[in-house]
Write a protein that binds this ligand. Structure first.
Ligand code: ADP
Ligand code: MG
Length: 382
């Protein structure tokens, strides 16, 4: 990221120089709807994030300038000082969550800017939280460990931004490591780095620029289907608490006892947990063909069994297959957002040109293209 604009603006506004910090957004290679089924996810930090220059200002006020939104906010650090601008809630929330855990903060000046597309599913919000969590922890010597910083980001979303998120995004942003994905159990925060060196391939997101208005609550319905299937299996297999503990044979035993819909949802959930394990094995061997097959299988499962895809996302998936892309799938919970694609370098240009042209022809709008590299997590830059 280009630090010049942030540095110049900081100097202009505050007449001084501060410390530069950066935290990334993230992708998730595989493992969708696995977190609440007792499985793992496989995110990685990307080379796009939020850059902030920060300097304590000797007052009890935070003075923050968003370079991208060209908006300024000034606020105190007590609970009743919540600023109006929604972007500032992330910074205020991080400060509050740190203080609740005993941190001694004071006023500071900051200018920040980012290149994670907002609301595209790459978690610009986690990048923002992690940048300030990581920075303030260092500047004020708070002594939080990385897992605490993850929780501070998550609780910021819960308590100050109205988003009831898990921990994957913040975890990837804080723990990210170049050349590695993170196999993460979201319920225990146990994790393992898995090597990711896709030589000869590029990773690219294609944004369907569509979000479907959801009339009922499809996520809760999926979750309940999985819980019912797990409960049915547990009658004969009491060790099964969540579908992550079950296999397809166990599911076959209860096939007639649960609804067809619950059976389909559970099939996906069990397969997806196993696919993630299998994908980690393939990554350790450098077998990217198998990785790609699993990524396609996830898309198929999300589309046909879990039924969380859209016409636009299925269309992008078909184009990827036609263009010889190694793996392609919906990234995120579904119903819109991006596909993530593992593309052989020599097919990259053709794929992007074809996807953009065909998508535009069919839906009358251009998909957005975000090439990404798996990179390091939160860090100080100077
Ligand atoms: P995402 O999927 O990208 O995390 P969210 O809706 O959770 O989408 O978070 C996006 C919000 O985070 C924005 O509306 C804004 O308030 C804040 N934000 C993210 N990036 C920036 C940025 N570069 N400048 C200002 N605010 C940002
Ligand atoms: Mg977010």
């Amino acid at each position: 990221m280009d630090t010049t604009a942030v540095r110049n603006t900081f100097k202009e506004k505050f007449g001084a120089e501060g410390i530069l910090y950066f935290s990334p957004g993230r992708v998730n290679l595989i493992g969708e709807h696995t977190d609440y089924n007792g499985g793992c996810v496989l995110p990685g930090a990307i080379d796009k994030g939020i850059l902030a220059e920060i300097k304590p200002n000797g007052t009890d006020k935070v003075r923050a300038y968003s370079l991208d939104l060209q908006d300024y906010a000034e606020f105190g650090l007590n609970e009743e000082d919540k600023p109006k601008a929604s972007w500032a809630h992330y910074i205020f929330g991080v400060c509050r969550e740190m203080q609740k855990r005993g941190a001694k903060l004071s006023g500071f000046d900051t200018v920040f800017s980012g290149d994670v597309p907002l609301g595209a599913g790459l978690s610009s919000s986690a990048a923002l939280e992690s940048t300030f969590g990581f920075a303030l922890n260092e500047i004020y010597n708070c002594g939080f460990d990385k897992k605490e910083l993850v929780l501070i980001g998550q609780k910021t979303e819960h308590n100050y931004c109205g988003v009831n998120c898990g921990i994957m995004d913040q975890f990837a942003s804080i723990f990210g490591k170049e050349g590695n994905l993170i196999r993460l159990d979201c319920s225990t925060m146990e994790y393992e780095y898995v090597p990711f060196h896709p030589q000869g391939y590029k990773v690219v997101l294609v944004d369907s620029v569509t979000k479907h208005e959801l009339v009922d609550s499809p996520y809760n319905k999926r979750r309940q289907s999985c819980e019912r299937a797990a409960a049915a299996i547990a009658v004969n297999h009491p060790q099964v608490k969540l579908l992550g503990d079950a296999d397809l044979e166990m599911l076959e035993e209860v096939k007639g006892k649960i609804s067809e819909e619950d059976y389909m949802r559970a099939t996906y959930a069990i397969q997806e947990n196993q696919r993630l394990v299998d994908t980690c094995e393939a990554l350790k061997k450098g077998d990217y063909e198998t990785v790609g097959k699993n990524i396609y299988a996830t898309h198929h499962g999300m589309s046909k069994l879990y039924e969380v895809s859209t016409i636009e996302l299925d269309f992008l998936n078909d184009i990827a297959k036609e263009c010889g892309v190694t793996g392609s799938r919906i990234m995120g919970g579904g119903f819109g957002g991006c596909t993530i694609n593992l593309v052989p370098e020599d097919k990259y240009d053709h794929f992007i040109e074809t996807a953009v042209a065909k998508f535009k022809e069919k839906f009358g709008k251009e998909p957005k293209i975000y090439p990404v590299k798996i990179s390091d997590g939160a860090r100080r830059l100077n």
